[in-house]
Ligand binder design. Sequence first.
Ligand code: B12
Length: 210
Amino acid sequence: MLDEILKSIVEMEEEEAIKKAKEYLDGGGDPQKLLEVCRDAMGEVGARFEKGEYFLSELILGGEIFKQIMEFTLPKIKGESVKKIGKIVLGTVKEDVHNIGKDIFKVFAEASGFEVIDIGIDTPEEKFVEAVKEHKPDIVGMSCLITAGVTSMKKTVDKLKEAGLRDSVKIIIGGGRVDESVKEFTGADAWADDAAKGVRLCKQLIGVEG
Ligand code: B12
């Protein structure tokens, strides 16, 4: 079933993909596995885009299909009245408008007991700084899927330093464009390219068993 869902998304069969995803969940399927498969499908859509086989219209439609599936899948992951263990200010960085992965990470983090303050997409460095001043989070999470966002992340870390706030927070970066070298370059404390791993790292960063 999951293979069929993946294929339907990659082939842009919108109605079919949504119908099968609903059937999978109605049959007791695992919502996290469903999201992982959707993400793999988006990886393939992205690869076809890169090869010139797909165009921007397919990126948009792929994103739309994923968002529709997310709408009925994420509520099944939300934790119920979990004890709060920490606070995260989360945003997609400046220049970058991708929000699907950020939104998934948010739900995973909330389900594990984090309070998440979502400051949106294409977020200027100053907005992160203001949010840290206002909300005093334990962690700042930055989502980044495109190369242009790497500089934005570094600038955000630098602005937090300038404002004297760097040592009061842990910083985690996530999304398809991050890895160990990006972590080193930006001066973040941790990186993750999947939501579950990201939540585990966040727990470790604040000294809660991950
Ligand atoms: C859908 C999509 C779009 C949609 C976005 C819709 C939306 N509302 O988000 C639209 C059509 C708008 C779009 C636009 C563009 N896109 Co686009 N897009 C994609 C695509 C196919 C899927 C992205 C996605 O949603 N993945 C699924 C999610 C679930 O995965 P994820 O984001 O990685 O998130 C997971 C983890 O990383 C983690 N996570 C995410 N954030 C965070 C944060 C923290 C703190 C933590 C801990 C974890 C975490 O949790 C998630 C769940 O596990 C990717 C291909 C790809 N392989 O990613 C290209 C891709 C990202 N896009 C790309 C490009 C080039 C563009 C455009 C420039 C195209 C253009 N010519 O206009 C524009 C850029 C606009 C901009 N300024 O941002 C390139 C980027 C290349 C690069 N290195 O810069 C990619 C990689 C495609 C490719 N292979 O070429 N895109």
